[in-house]
Design a protein around this ligand. Structure first.
Ligand code: ADP
Ligand code: ZN
Ligand code: ZN
Length: 683
């Protein structure tokens, strides 16, 4: 037996434990960095990864605790993967071990060395058999001849080391470009990683990749997999057996020994940002990872994020454009309808649909075409109100109204889930006349039933698709032509390839025009473009396709840019505003959030944190403010914005400042937790 050696291990300790990033242990084995181990920590045993051989500062061997077990049958996680984790941990201000272990499949920690060795042997055997079977299959199947634009994009892609934005509307053939780029990577013996924003979008993409590359091993990584599936797919990627890896944001951390291409589809989508724990942006990490590995990265979107767009303007990213829809389709003609023109009846609420829009819906019905109505608010009505005393259906646990759901006659809070049966009378004054105010998808569906007798109406939102399989069933009905009018939230706007829709209407998009969040217009524009993309997929349909916008602000620049189909104009005006206001991408933000039993405690913590920050040139620390919904589930929340024009300065500042806050916590009784969000998407 050889003398024990020292190793530095990334173990799963939360940063606030104050134990530092890596802990030293001893081992009688010579362990390569990246080896999965089990290490003693206090009285527990925790999983860890050998990060590197211990530094000279470490205590003498013999004083260190020995590792419990090393899982040497699992090939070590390679240097590229560890660099990614090191970067992400430092950038998003988490401990290395916490981040590293949180992005590995949870199942991995449950297996011992023998079980793991057996799993790996089985996967390798299966892969060998599959590879033998593939020898008789074509490498690529069913690839159409590329359009001129697609061919030009592909020729240029890869000829330039910069990250590439592939800018093209829905149906312009972006996915076809991804498939061709992937074919190139596979041919060179490399793996291709494709990230999509939503789990719902993975099955159709998987089917397309599987059909194009017959017999190739495809791994998918997203949170809807069972733990066993997730382990299996992760191992396929890590062992280099899978050639194609498709997944949602967590897939950016897949271990990929032969990575040759990264694709981020719908790169602007907020779902790429993780909203708890390490709040990483999978899109940004994908770009970092590709640059580190010196491989090409392709960001696809019809409405790129303004961060990406600005980098294109600065020449740091390159842009490839697909300007036309495949098959001669075009985006629908946009009709911005001024709701002020709808005659008001005294005492009656405004109608859901302007009479000309209703007529347009009837025309579609007569012609046997489909319509899509977008209303980004689920439930029947956002609030109930008493006409006598002014009582409103507030949530007792949140600073928010409870939403009226008529289907199950409940008042439900969309923030904490608190739900009760609708009271028969006002809880304050006993008045029987309590009425819904405003309109959600449920009510719109009901009203459409009255306005369009005989029409087949379907609703797609988080409520109507809660049951497993419900979404697929509804989408299938739409595709089969069994639905005339589809009502839904943003869920329906994304990705689905509807063939018969010739009318899309945004029923009430105005709230986002004046929201506090400076990214609200950007998100609205993306949503409306995406919704517009559901119509007019063929030339023949495009001629009849329309998108209606019902608004009280018909002259708003956002709608003008949408009507002109001019993303560049919209982006330029938004970026000009951002530049003059000193907002991203012209500055860099971090948000310190504090949750407490009272707002006073949360504020006091943030105030003391601000004091510790001191006066830093290049750094601005703003006063604590409550977020849009201050109280959720009886927890009071406050937040404090930190801003700098220099990303490195902000990083240096956070790295020095945040460790001091760990000690602060004990002094603020009632403080529940704090967290930092670097590059927050909502403020
Ligand atoms: P996007 O990803 O931009 O929405 P897709 O790549 O899905 O666009 O293309 C839209 C439709 O056009 C798909 O049905 C696709 O199969 C088809 N398509 C794409 N490129 C071609 C091509 N070069 N020739 C024929 N059909 C194509
Ligand atoms: Zn009342
Ligand atoms: Zn609530």
């Amino acid at each position: 037996m050889s003398a024990p050696t020292r190793v530095a291990v990334a173990v799963e300790t939360p940063q606030h434990a104050g134990l530092g990033d890596l802990l030293d242990y001893e081992s009688t084995l010579t362990l390569a960095p990246g080896t999965l181990v089990r290490a003693p920590l206090g009285r527990r045993e925790v999983p860890g990864l050998v990060w590197h051989r211990a530094s000279a500062r470490a205590a003498e061997a013999g004083q260190l605790r020995p590792l419990v077990e090393a899982l040497v049958s699992l090939p070590p996680l390679d240097g590229a993967w560890r660099r990614l984790v090191d970067f992400a941990a430092a950038y998003y201000q988490r401990s290395t071990g916490e981040l590293a272990l949180s992005v590995l499949p949870p199942e991995l920690r449950k297996l011992d060395e023998r079980q793991l060795a057996r799993r790996i042997a089985r996967l390798q055997r299966e892969a060998q058999e599959a590879a033998a079977a593939r020898a008789n299959l074509p490498g690529v199947a069913g690839a159409p001849a590329l359009s001129e634009e697609q061919a030009a994009a592909l020729a240029e892609f890869g000829a330039d080391p910069r990250p590439t934005l592939l800018h093209g509307v829905t149906g312009s053939g972006k996915t076809e470009v991804y498939l061709n780029a992937a074919a190139r990577a596979l041919e060179a013996g490399r793996q291709a990683l494709v990230l999509v924003p939503e789990i719902n979008l993975t099955p159709q993409l998987e089917a397309r990749f599987a059909a194009r590359f017959p017999g190739r091993c495809l791994a998918s990584l997203h949170s809807a997999l069972t733990p066993a599936q997730r382990l299996r797919h992760w191992l396929l990627a890590h062992l280099g057996l899978a050639d194609l890896i498709l997944g949602t944001r967590l897939a950016v951390f897949a271990s990929l020994p032969r990575l040759g291409l990264v694709v981020v589809d719908e790169e602007h989508d907020p779902s790429f940002k993780q909203q708890e724990g390490a709040r990483y942006s999978a899109r940004d990490l994908a770009v970092w990872r590709a640059r580190d590995a010196k491989i090409p990265v392709l960001l696809g979107s019809a409405t790129p994020s303004l961060e990406t767009w600005q980098r294109v303007q600065e020449g740091r990213y390159r842009q490839l454009v697909l300007s036309a829809r495949i098959g001669g389709g075009a985006l629908p003609r946009v009709r911005v309808f001024d709701m002020a023109q709808v005659p008001k009846q005294a005492g009656a609420p405004a109608p859901a649909l302007a009479p000309p829009l209703l007529q347009a819906l009837r025309d579609r019905l007569e012609r046997g075409e489909q319509s899509l109505l977008l209303l980004n608010r689920r439930g029947y009505a956002p609030v109930l109100e008493c006409g006598a005393c002014g009582w409103k259906s507030g949530c007792p646990h949140c600073s928010a109204w409870r939403v009226f759901h008529k289907a199950d006659r409940s008042l439900r809070c969309h923030h904490c889930g608190f739900s009760e049966r609708v009271p028969r009378a006002c809880p304050e004054c006993g008045n029987l006349d309590i009425a819904p105010v405003g309109r959600g998808t449920e009510k719109l569906e009901e009203q459409l039933g009255v306005l369009l007798p005989g029409a087949r109406i379907a609703r797609i939102d988080a409520d109507s698709t809660r049951v497993r399989g419900a979404l697929e069933a509804r989408l299938a009905a739409v595709h089969a032509g069994e639905v005339d009018v589809l009502v839904g939230t943003q869920m329906v706007a994304k990705g689905h390839d509807f063939r018969r829709i010739t009318l899309v209407a945004a029923v009430n998009p105005d709230a986002a025009l004046f929201a506090n969040d400076f990214r609200a217009p950007e998100r609205l524009f993306a949503l409306l473009m995406q919704a517009a993309g559901r119509a007019g997929r063929s030339a023949e349909q495009a001629a009849r396709s329309e998108m209606w916008i019902q608004t009280g602000h018909p002259r708003h620049a956002l709608f003008a840019a949408l009507a002109a189909g001019d993303f560049a104009a919209f982006a330029a005006s938004q970026l000009a505003e951002r530049r003059s206001a000193g907002l991203p991408p012209f500055s860099h933000l971090a948000l310190l959030r504090a949750d407490a039993k009272s707002a006073a405690v949360a504020s006091a913590f943030l105030a003391e944190a601000a004091e510790l920050a001191g006066e830093e040139p290049a750094i601005t620390v703003y006063a604590p403010v409550p977020p849009a919904v201050a109280k959720v589930a009886d927890v009071e929340r406050m937040q404090m914005l930190v801003e700098s024009v220099s990303r490195p300065a902000l990083q240096r500042f956070l790295g020095a400042w945040l460790p001091q806050l760990h000690g602060l916590r004990a002094r603020h009784r009632g403080l529940l937790r704090w967290a930092v969000d670097v590059d927050p998407l909502t403020i």
